[in-house]
Design a protein around this ligand. Structure first.
Ligand code: NAD
Ligand code: UDP
Ligand code: UDP
Length: 343
């Protein structure tokens, strides 16, 4: 990877706010923290394709160089191996702040590090945005609703989160990150955008990250039993990654701070998800029940009225359409030989 600072000290501040949405414009300088990860790398593809210059800031904790390898050599692309818990100086127009492990297995691995990433890391990126006058987008999460007592969840719901549980490093970390973003918005007039992302799947997910979609798909391909935790009646709503990236870009370019739920309202129990995986990959895949993890939310489904009304966004790819697109990528990576290229 190209490692180094993008120390361009021209001051094209507030370029984003001067350029009306949809008009042709010069490329922006965009930072994507966590850009070597699953969601971030798809976002980077889209930003480069529309002519922006992109700097990825990533410590490669859960991200992989392979996810952005196809951009090395593109002069509009740069990757900096950097931990957002440490300050950094860059000159940019927009910051998409994604850096944070997203799978429960990864974020519980070192919970104090997860909190530092969410709190200190977000603080640093907000400080950077303030210094250069960049617009800042936070990728928060449906986890801020905890084990929700409202269903489906609207953005007005304040959530039901355990502050002292094993998921708290992530849930409360993201809640604090939202608070920080709003305080910089109110106190320093920073342009911020907040997305609350619901479960997302697609190509380039870590194969062994422990999330349910990646687990089931990898298990079915390897002819292992699908591990259903608990009774399998808990629900999630699964969004295909291209829909999410659309929503993130619309949010960044639009006029509204949010928070906005970005998710697919199609709701499935884990047993129903296992059935979709069986239908897609292997009808004979067996199901094995395992004990569930602590504080697992019982149900989750976004109310996306706000994003529909104010961003003109809604997801287009159903689980039945999206899952096969991910399966092909997993097949290639599990059986495809030595290199870890993804499409
Ligand atoms: P991911 O783990 O694939 O990507 C996260 C990236 O951040 C990785 O490349 C990782 O190396 C990097 N990173 C982690 N800690 C860092 C640090 N301290 N400094 C620099 N880089 C660091 O996860 P993802 O699914 O792509 O998630 C991206 C963002 O979206 C995360 O903030 C996550 O909380 C949020 N989100 C994702 C989902 C989902 O279902 N995928 C749902 C809700 C929210
Ligand atoms: N920061 C950064 N890059 C910058 C500007 C700030 O990493 O270009 C960090 C800075 O080190 C600080 C944090 O962002 O830890 C918050 O910065 P801010 O200026 O808002 O607050 P202060 O430095 O006054 O605490
Ligand atoms: N889950 C499961 N089998 C697995 C992994 C997860 O049944 O192999 C369940 C998990 O208990 C939870 C749901 O799937 O109820 C979603 O878990 P995931 O870790 O994907 O995401 P999150 O809990 O963050 O929504």
């Amino acid at each position: 990877a190209v490692v180094g600072l993008a120390a361009v000290h021209h001051h094209h501040h507030h370029a984003t706010s001067r350029v009306p949405l949809g008009l042709k414009r010069r490329g922006l300088r965009v930072v994507v923290t966590g850009g070597a990860g699953f969601v971030g790398s798809h976002l980077v593809d889209r930003l480069l394709a529309r002519g922006d210059s992109v700097i990825v800031v990533d410590n490669l904790f859960t991200g992989r160089k392979a996810n952005v390898l196809h951009h090395l050599g593109n002069p509009a692309f740069e990757m900096i191996r950097h931990d957002v818990v440490e300050p950094i100086l860059l000159e940019v127009d927009q910051i998409y702040h994604l850096a944070c492990p997203a799978s429960p297995v990864h974020y519980k691995h070192n919970p104090v590090k997860t909190i530092k990433t969410n709190v200190v890391g977000t603080l640093n990126m907000l400080g950077l945005a303030k210094r250069v006058g960049a617009r800042f987008l936070l990728t928060s999460t449906s986890e801020v609703y905890g084990d929700p007592l409202q269903h489906p969840q609207t953005e007005a719901y304040w959530g039901n989160v355990n502050p002292i549980g094993v998921r708290s490093c992530y849930d409360e970390g993201k809640r604090t990150a939202e608070t920080l973003a709003m305080d910089y918005h109110r106190g320093a007039n920073l342009e911020v955008r907040i997305a609350r992302i619901f479960n997302t799947y697609g190509p380039r997910m870590c194969i062994d990250d422990g999330r349910v979609v990646s687990n089931f798909v990898a298990q079915a391909l390897r002819k292992e039993p699908l591990t259903v935790y608990g009774d399998g009646k808990q629900t999630r709503s699964f969004q295909y990654v291209s829909d999410l990236v659309d929503g993130l870009m619309k949010l960044m370019e639009g006029e509204h701070v949010g928070p906005f739920n970005l998710g697919n309202p199609g709701e499935f129990t884990m047993l129903e998800l296992a059935k979709v995986v069986q239908d897609t990959i292997d009808p004979n895949a067996r199901i094995e029940f395992r004990p569930n993890t602590a504080d697992d939310p019982h149900k989750r489904k976004p109310d996306i009225t706000r994003a529909k009304d104010l961003l003109g966004w809604e997801p287009k790819v159903s689980l039945h359409k999206g899952l096969p697109l991910m399966v092909q990528d997993f097949r290639d990576r599990i059986f495809g030989g030595a290199d870890d290229h993804t499409t």
